[in-house]
Design a protein around this ligand. Structure first.
Ligand code: ADP
Length: 218
């Protein structure tokens, strides 16, 4: 089945969501209150519409209710973001993802029923800080306040060792769920295989444990 999305707010964040969804073959209705933003997406999105999404009648006339997922990427205008989310909720949209500007904004969005609240700037800041702090951390995904998935590059210290040698699960309480080597990825890495320099370990666990592993072993 063809996936259909609505993206409201065509700034840098919303705009890149539209482009990526389209690249991946989805149908996207792109909406902004500013005509020049909409013009930019006229040939990119499946449909590009100038509309003020804080107006319930407008949302109804566009048939927004029939889309499976709506992404609210309205930037600085927190009032519009909240009102839009509320209207979407009222007309019965099943899944709503909203970009939050700050923690208060997030709190309100959750109260009114946003299904997913994202903080792209904050999350990217955390990611980049992790990359800067450690040459070995390639990428990072926060699972909860205390747990993450991390991609860690194998350095000289652990190359040629096996998972048995490292004994990571018993010593640090974290799990290596996959090993990337070049273009291939092994999702059930054998415990007795020698790690190669520049392999990428995909590790899941509590942040404190992952940090302990990083400091001690890498
Ligand atoms: P970014 O930080 O992602 O670049 P911006 O603040 O530049 O975000 O973009 C947000 C977009 O949301 C703007 O293009 C703005 O015109 C649009 N927007 C703001 N209010 C509304 C509204 N009520 N209805 C539709 N679009 C809106």
């Amino acid at each position: 089945m063809q996936k259909e999305f609505v993206v409201i707010g065509l700034g840098r964040f919303g705009g890149s969501i539209v482009r990526e969804l389209i690249d991946q073959g989805a149908d996207v209705m792109a909406i902004d209150i500013a005509a020049e933003r909409v013009d930019e997406f006229a040939t990119i999105a499946t449909q590009a519409v100038v509309a003020d999404t804080t107006d319930e009648a407008v949302l109804k006339s566009l048939g927004i209710r029939n889309f499976e997922h709506v992404i609210v990427a309205i930037g600085d205008n927190i009032q519009s973001s909240i009102l839009t989310t509320l209207m979407l909720k009222e007309i019965g949209v099943k899944k709503i993802t909203v970009k939050a500007q700050n923690d208060y904004h997030e709190k309100v969005l959750r109260k009114i029923g946003a299904d997913q609240v994202v903080h792209p700037e904050r999350d990217m800041g955390i990611r980049i800080a992790n990359n800067i702090l450690s040459n070995n951390v390639l990428d990072y995904l926060e699972l909860s306040d205390e747990h993450s998935i991390m991609e860690i590059k194998v350095n000289e210290k652990i190359a040629q060792k096996t998972l048995i040698d490292l004994d990571i699960r018993a010593r640090y309480g974290i799990n290596i769920v996959a090993i990337k080597r070049g273009n291939s990825i092994n999702v059930s890495p054998p415990a007795d295989e020698n790690l190669q320099l520049n392999d990428v370990l995909i590790i899941i666990g509590a942040d404190v444990d992952i940090n302990r592993f990083e400091k001690k072993v890498l």
